[in-house]
Design a protein around this ligand. Structure first.
Ligand code: 5RP
Length: 212
């Protein structure tokens, strides 16, 4: 029996064509896509850019050709998962801690396909999962203090270092922040020195594929 993540991930294969440079997301749903791509006849006809060391190792195991982002002119399409998706197709990402590389790869992708199961659809980002923020270890305590003052209740992700050698702070917004402007929130967080990236993905115009 196929699980819902496997079904939705496999459905993204129809967007891949021979010769594509494919961005590979991170997480359990993206992993199902990577396995499906590795098992498909297209596996030797595409070149892939991984968004994490975990994805890189899985993609190697299933026989995909990998290159670094710096060695390609473009990414034709990226397939990734998400932790939450709102009605305006804004995304919350970073449950797996790969948000910075995922956001960079998404930025350079012509087409951006998000594969999720239905429970990830939400009214407001941050209602189901905390907002992950990647920060430099040097100032994480100061950053947590500032984020708390902004109406976010924050915790350092325990025993976790990102592929970039940084920490993740997981932040639960209070009701006012939850209902407020995502754009303003994202901007305010990014202005704090030592913040590398947030898990708030606005204006990426993703195509959302979901399964119940
Ligand atoms: C990793 C991510 C993932 O895409 C997100 O956490 C969804 O993961 P999963 O498919 O395992 O639920 O953003 O940084």
């Amino acid at each position: 029996m196929e699980n819902p993540k496997e079904i939705v991930a496999k459905s993204a294969l129809r967007y891949i064509t021979s010769g594509d440079v494919v961005g590979l997301g991170t997480g359990t749903t993206a992993s199902e896509f990577i396995k499906a791509l590795g098992a498909s006849p297209l596996s030797k006809e595409v070149t892939c850019v991984p968004t994490s060391l975990e994805t890189e190792s899985l993609a190697k195991r299933v026989g995909l050709n990998l290159v670094s982002l710096n060695s390609v002119e473009r990414i034709d399409i990226t397939v990734d998962g998400a932790d939450e998706v709102d009605n305006n197709k804004n995304l919350l990402k970073g449950g797996g801690g790969a948000l910075t590389r995922e956001k960079i790869v998404a930025h350079y992708s012509k087409r951006y396909v998000i594969v999720i199961t239905e429970e990830k659809l939400v009214e407001n980002l941050g209602s189901r999962m905390p907002i992950p923020i990647e920060v430099l270890p040097f100032s994480y305590v100061q950053i947590i203090r500032e984020l708390n003052q902004m109406g976010l209740s924050c915790q350092l992700r325990k025993n976790f270092t990102t592929d970039n050698g940084n920490y993740i702070i997981d932040c639960k917004p209070n009701q006012k922040v939850l209902k407020g402007s995502l754009q303003d929130l994202n901007k305010a967080i990014k202005l704090l020195p030592g913040v590398v990236e947030t898990g708030i993905f606005i204006n990426f115009n993703p195509e959302i594929l979901y399964h119940k």
